[in-house]
Write a protein that binds this ligand. Structure first.
Ligand code: ADP
Ligand code: MG
Length: 560
């Protein structure tokens, strides 16, 4: 009698990933997933191995943002899973589709708390941080587990999904035929969501009466790849627009209708605002005064109906996917139905020019040592000629100055601290940007921010990725002028030579102290396509505590 061909959980998992077009996975090897990674690699899936799960998770999350396919991160059980959890939570918060797949130890021992290796009830822990969470206990269920994870990650408002795979599941054998039958490729996992015609009429009506309309673009619009619809809406209606930081480049920052350089004026005076894939969260002062006018009325385009009225009443909610919604809106807008408000446009234009002139002056100044403006002014000059470069940006002052100074020309080319203002996304995002797009990446990092993921420069060197990291080194968190006694809570080693770190792994390091050599080093890094790190020494007194969000930092009344 012929024996039935058999397979095992490892193979089913890899087959399921391949069937669903997952061509890249990010992770850290170890028990019980090492063989899974080996097998995936031998089956043609690209595996990028990291030094810490948080960075691998961040890479997967931003891969999801860039591609609309869930980024996949694989971790070991227990602490490895916990390390990945920050990234999962951050992905959910930012609406990035990712799947964190973690191996876990023996269910029966975990459930009785009998003390297994890395024993942890991972599924329960992951739930509050994810959009959905599943566990697979049998190899026959791997297919359905992955299919549901994919659908949960990308449908509606995207988010992070946790998929728990027990070690036993991976090692179990099953009938090959049963395995083949168990695989699922979800049909249309992120279907279009067409807004109701009434919601569109309401929006058009509100817009047609607006005296000072404004369009606010958020990273939801960038994720939705709605650049064509956004451009048409902005240009046909002549309404000024304001990009949130990761929506920069959806339309070029030098677009005549950009109100970015007149942000406070535009937000404070607008009477009707169209929010397109942007939430009225803390980044927009919850829609409240003094940033906003009390009487401002909102049209909000969002795929998630529960986002409406979260902070301010939404007069015209448009619930749908952004591309379908903007298309419907454009179709309903007859020529002239939104009157051109020249006075408003002129007022914004004037304010903008004043601010741009002031900024140009700051960028022209060339102090010794460099400060944030002069250093980033050089980075700006180099990047103006290279719109293809992906920009990753994190820090406090490095982020605030970077966002304002570095212009973006192409959609989804700016990847930054996002909704939480999180530190630690730098190297993970940079690696995934390079891996997913094949394009050069510049990571503009505060010296403190860099420290959270800095070890991944080994990963960048190992995979020979075209990433140039620029560290704006002022020797501390916020700034580095912290005195000579015991190290202060915000200070680091003075004159730290981060450039030597990358040399340890075969990359190219530059130590620069003036704008000219900074520009040269950046050009060399971008030109070579080699892993490069530029330690840009700036004034330790440059920068302010907490950057632009000092108001969020309570100060002790008793502190002198
Ligand atoms: P930002 O930080 O740039 O303001 P947010 O992350 O706060 O942006 O908001 C993004 C919004 O976009 C979320 O409310 C999310 O539900 C929404 N969104 C994401 N993808 C889509 C899509 N394809 N269509 C419609 N809305 C989307
Ligand atoms: Mg610093």
């Amino acid at each position: 009698m012929e024996s039935t061909p058999m397979t095992d959980g490892f193979h089913v998992m890899v087959d399921a990933l391949k069937l669903n077009g997952i061509d890249t996975i990010y992770g850290v090897a170890g028990i019980p997933i090492t063989d899974l990674l080996r097998l995936a690699q031998s089956e043609g899936i690209r595996y990028i191995g990291f030094r810490h799960e948080q960075n691998a998770g961040n890479a997967a999350a931003i891969a999801g943002f860039l591609t609309q396919k869930p980024g996949v991160c694989l971790t070991v059980s227990g602490p490895g899973f916990l390390n990945g959890l920050v990234a999962l939570a951050n992905a959910t918060t930012n609406c990035f589709p990712m799947i964190l797949i973690s191996g876990s130890s023996d269910r029966s021992i975990i459930d009785l708390q009998q003390g297994d290796y890395e024993e942890l009830d991972q599924l329960s822990i992951a739930k509050p941080f994810s959009k959905a969470a599943f566990r697979v206990n049998n190899p026959e269920d791997i297919g359905v587990g992955l299919a549901r994870s994919i659908r949960a990650a990308v449908s509606g408002r995207p988010g992070g999904v946790y998929l728990d795979i027990t070690a036993k599941t991976l090692g179990s054998v099953l009938d090959l035929k049963a395995s083949e039958r168990s695989l699922i490729r979800p049909v249309d996992p992120a279907p279009r969501q067409i807004p109701s015609p009434e919601s569109i009429s309401r929006a058009v009506q509100l817009l047609s009466g607006a005296l000072r309309p404004l369009i606010v673009l958020g990273k939801g619009a960038a994720y939705a790849q709605a650049e064509v619809e956004v451009k048409t809406l902005v240009e046909e209606t002549h309404i000024p627009f304001l990009p949130m930081s990761m929506a920069k480049g959806l339309l070029p920052d030098n677009h005549p209708q950009s109100a970015a350089a007149a942000r406070s004026y535009a937000l404070g005076n607008a009477d009707v605002v169209v929010l397109v894939g942007a939430r009225l969260n803390w980044l927009l002062s919850h829609g409240k005064s003094p940033l906003w006018s009390e009487s401002c009325q909102y049209i909000q385009v969002d795929i998630d109906s529960t986002e409406m009225d979260s902070n301010r009443p939404i007069v015209a909610p448009v619930v749908g996917d952004i591309r379908s919604s903007l298309r419907a809106l454009l179709q309903a807008l007859k020529p002239g139905s939104v009157p051109v408000r020249s006075e408003w446009l002129d007022a914004i234009g004037e304010k903008k020019q004043k601010n741009l002139n002031r900024m140009a002056e700051r960028l022209r100044a060339n102090p010794d040592p460099m400060n944030f403006s002069s250093a980033l002014g050089q980075v700006r000059e180099v990047l103006l000629a290279r719109p293809d470069v992906y920009v990753v940006n994190e820090g406090a002052n490095a982020l605030d100055f970077g966002r304002n100074i570095i212009d973006m020309n192409l959609p989804r080319h700016r990847l930054d601290s996002g909704t939480w203002g999180i530190m630690g996304i730098g190297m993970g995002y940079a690696i995934a940007a390079a891996v997913e797009t094949g394009q050069p990446v510049v990571a503009i990092e505060g010296d403190s921010a860099f420290g959270f993921s800095g070890m991944e420069i080994e990963t960048i060197c190992r995979y020979k990725l075209p990433v140039t990291t620029v560290i704006l080194n002022n020797g501390g968190i916020y700034r580095g002028d912290t005195g000579d006694g015991e190290p202060s809570p915000t200070g680091f080693v003075r004159d730290a030579r981060y450039d030597k770190l990358i040399e340890a792994f075969g990359g190219v390091g530059y130590h620069v102290t003036n704008t000219e050599s900074l520009a040269q080093a950046l050009q060399a890094g971008l030109g070579s396509g080699r892993p490069t790190l530029i330690n840009a020494v700036i004034d330790p007194t440059a920068g302010t505590e907490s950057g632009h969000i000092q108001s969020l930092n309570p100060k002790s009344a008793l502190h002198q």
